[in-house]
Design a protein around this ligand. Structure first.
Ligand code: DAH
Length: 354
């Protein structure tokens, strides 16, 4: 082997590789070409091994040429391999005839057939139930919004700046001075302006946040369902009847209840609707702070200022509104003692809860 002959031999080998590759049909064929031309017993390897017989002064030049040719050949083969892999996987897909509507493991043999059954989160399950109950009572459901302006959280609800009742809601603020809403009442004026006409019957479910220390019965994040009913001649007994009908349907029994005055700036008069504690049947326990009663719903007759803000003339229309804490009611119905388990993602709780 001399410098003169090496170029010719390498060119011949490269040409041979190209010819062979032009005839391959499968990946296996290409692997065969690869081992023939770059494997341990290949001509190229033999050429490299025979370098020792070449005159010393020619060795570096000839060595470099052989290595260069080897690299080129390897890269041609790699390219052929990747083209063939693409082609084969396209062909396989055609043959496999994927059913995109099949269960997720059907098209992938590596995933076991059975991975266990999931279940709906208890909160979602109960939100759906509550909305079903309200829908059958003629209320239209809306989703609340989580980030809200000062105006809808407070001003529109008869709480202008400096109103002391603003302090009842310990809000978080974003850097842009938006409020992760502390109640779903922020939706009252929004929904009134959206629906415009009476009779207006709407329920709004949504996530709320308050700057609260977390314990077994308080979360900084929780859910509420707000309700609104506006028409001519709506009375406080309509309100009590509506709330009672809902509470009884939700708990699936006639809940012994009572009403006491409550203060909320957006209603006049305002009430708290209490149900007898289901954990102790009214005898008194730690869940009801030994009073025998649990506050289920805050409600009242919509304040004239709020009606006006929403575009309804309080001289013509009246209405009621309520807000209920969903998590607490879900806990009471399902005997869940700690509100934190609703957010802890503990699979044992999630599997046992419903
Ligand atoms: N927004 C009140 C709260 O979170 C609950 C509430 C009370 C809502 C009375 C109402 C209402 O619509 O009329 O504490």
């Amino acid at each position: 082997m001399t410098i003169k002959t090496i170029d010719r031999s390498l060119a011949a080998i490269t040409k041979q590789v190209a010819t062979k590759l032009s005839q391959v049909k499968t990946l296996e064929d290409i692997y065969a070409v690869r081992s023939e031309f770059t494997g341990k017993t290949s001509v190229l390897t033999q050429l490299l091994q025979s370098l020792k017989d070449v005159p010393t002064e020619d060795r570096p030049t000839i060595g470099a040429k052989v290595n260069q040719a080897k690299k080129e050949i390897e890269s041609i083969i790699e390219r052929a391999l990747s083209l063939m892999m693409n082609r084969e996987s396209l062909l396989k897909d055609e043959v496999r005839d994927i059913d995109v509507s099949a269960p997720f493991h059907t098209n992938n043999s590596k995933i076991p057939d059975f991975t266990g059954i999931g279940s709906m989160h208890p909160l979602q399950y109960e939100i759906n139930r509550m909305l079903d109950i309200f829908t059958t009572m003629g209320f239209t459901p809306f989703e609340g919004r989580e980030l809200e302006t000062d105006y809808y959280v407070f001003d529109s609800l008869n709480m202008p700046k400096e109103h002391p009742a603003r302090q009842n809601w310990d809000t978080f603020r974003t850097e842009d001075n938006l409020i992760p809403t502390p109640h779903t009442s922020n939706m009252q004026v929004r929904v009134m302006r959206h629906l415009k006409a009476a009779p207006l019957r709407a329920v709004i479910y949504g996530r709320c946040s308050r700057n609260e220390a977390v314990d077994a019965v308080h979360g900084h994040t929780f859910y509420q369902i707000e309700g609104l009913y506006i028409d001519k001649g709506v009375s406080i007994s309509n309100m009590i009847g509506t709330i009672s009908a809902f509470v009884n349907a939700f708990f699936d029994k006639n809940v012994t209840s009572k009403i006491q005055p409550g203060y909320f700036p957006f209603v006049e008069p305002g009430i708290e609707y209490l149900g007898q504690c289901p954990f102790c049947d009214g005898k008194g326990c730690s869940s009801c702070k030994h009073t025998g009663w649990l506050e289920l719903v805050g409600a009242g007759m919509i304040h004239p200022n709020v009606l006006r803000e929403g575009g309804f003339d309080p001289a013509v229309y009246s209405g009621f509104a309520w807000g209920l804490g969903l998590d607490r009611m879900v806990m009471q119905r399902n005997g869940i003692q700690d509100i934190r388990s609703l957010f802890a993602s503990d699979i044992r709780f999630l599997q046992s809860s419903l």
